[in-house]
Unconditional design. Structure first.
Length: 79
């Protein structure tokens, strides 16, 4: 499915390549970046998703509020 998203349009092909190049540059200068990347991608993000699912199972309103808070935190971090 990923190749159907990123491959059809040439500008879309540059996005993952640019991200990989940038991650490689950061990894070359800061030795902790690969470890932090692995921890965030394979531990923190799945735990956040599991927490949102558990909150939605316990209380729909609480889960929606938690999801909105996480999305707002991500938006504040990005912008």
């Amino acid at each position: 499915i990923g190749i159907l998203i990123w491959f059809p349009l040439p500008p879309m092909r540059r996005l993952p390549l640019g991200a990989a190049t940038l991650l490689g540059l950061y990894a070359a200068f800061y030795r902790a970046v690969p470890l932090l990347y692995l921890l965030v991608v394979f531990v923190v993000v799945p735990l956040l998703a599991l927490g949102v699912c558990a909150a939605l199972g316990a209380s729909v309103a609480g889960g929606v509020i938690l999801l909105l808070v996480l999305l707002l935190a991500l938006a504040a971090f990005e912008f």
